[in-house]
Design a binder for this molecule. Structure first.
Ligand code: AMP
Length: 219
């Protein structure tokens, strides 16, 4: 086993599915977005440097991402990548890193979703700044039990600074231009599985698990 990659437009369920997989198979969840948001939350030099970029919906440079990611995945055997790679250059650099460390990609899940649905979900999405769980105020099964309070850790829920219409347009545009070419990249490597993001989160999870099977070797 090695890594699982999830590619999807904004709000298609990358984070949610990664968390479910991480808990079912007991493997690490590596979200590059969360790594970067933590830098901002902790007020580090890097956090100050990238705050404006993230808020505007643009991508952070490949150098920054690759160096944060290398540090994070060095000691991991199995992990889920949520939000990486975001472009072909990152995918090539990641392949080189895997060759150096004798690791491999096992599955790439592409969760597809129409732009309008993606946008609607982004506008009504709120998330927990503490544990990262996401909610949606317009989808009954995704609302928090108590308004604005995280079911998981009781912290207040916030609206991510990049979850607004303007940043969404930028993010979606970048997704189409830079991230979608990865679909063909991984198709050619016979790693790609396509999943309908319109399904509810349990159905999506069921489909992913039926592809992976029951067990992942964590030994
Ligand atoms: P996400 O949480 O995956 O939606 O990512 C939020 C933001 O973090 C993105 O809009 C980018 O600004 C930045 N980001 C996350 N992952 C990457 C990546 N692999 N490459 C460049 N920027 C990234």
């Amino acid at each position: 086993m090695g890594s699982i990659i999830i590619i999807a437009p904004p709000a298609a369920g990358k984070g949610t599915q990664s968390k479910l997989l991480s808990s079912k198979y007991n493997i690490s969840h590596v979200s590059t977005g969360d790594l970067l948001r933590n830098e901002i939350k902790n007020g580090t030099e890097l956090g100050i440097q990238i705050e404006g970029i993230i808020k505007s919906g643009k991508l952070v440079s490949d150098e920054i991402i690759l160096s944060s990611l290398k540090t994070k995945i060095k000691q991991l055997k199995n992990y889920i990548l949520d939000g990486f790679p975001r472009n072909i250059n990152q995918a090539i650099k990641y392949d080189q890193l895997l060759t150096e460390t004798n690791q491999q990609i096992d599955y790439v899940f592409y969760i597809f979703l129409d732009k309008e649905i993606s946008k609607k979900r982004i506008i009504s999405r709120i998330s927990c700044n503490n544990c990262g769980r996401v909610y949606n105020t317009e989808i009954e099964e995704s609302k928090p039990k108590i308004e604005n309070i995280c079911d998981n850790c009781n912290h207040n829920l916030i609206k991510r600074e990049d979850d607004n219409e303007e940043s969404f347009e930028k993010r979606y545009d970048i997704y189409i231009k830079e991230t979608q070419p990865l679909i063909d990249y991984y198709k050619e490597k016979n790693k790609l599985y396509e999943i309908d993001g319109n399904l509810d989160k349990k159905e999506i999870f069921g489909k992913i698990c039926s592809i992976i099977g029951d067990e992942i070797d964590n030994s």
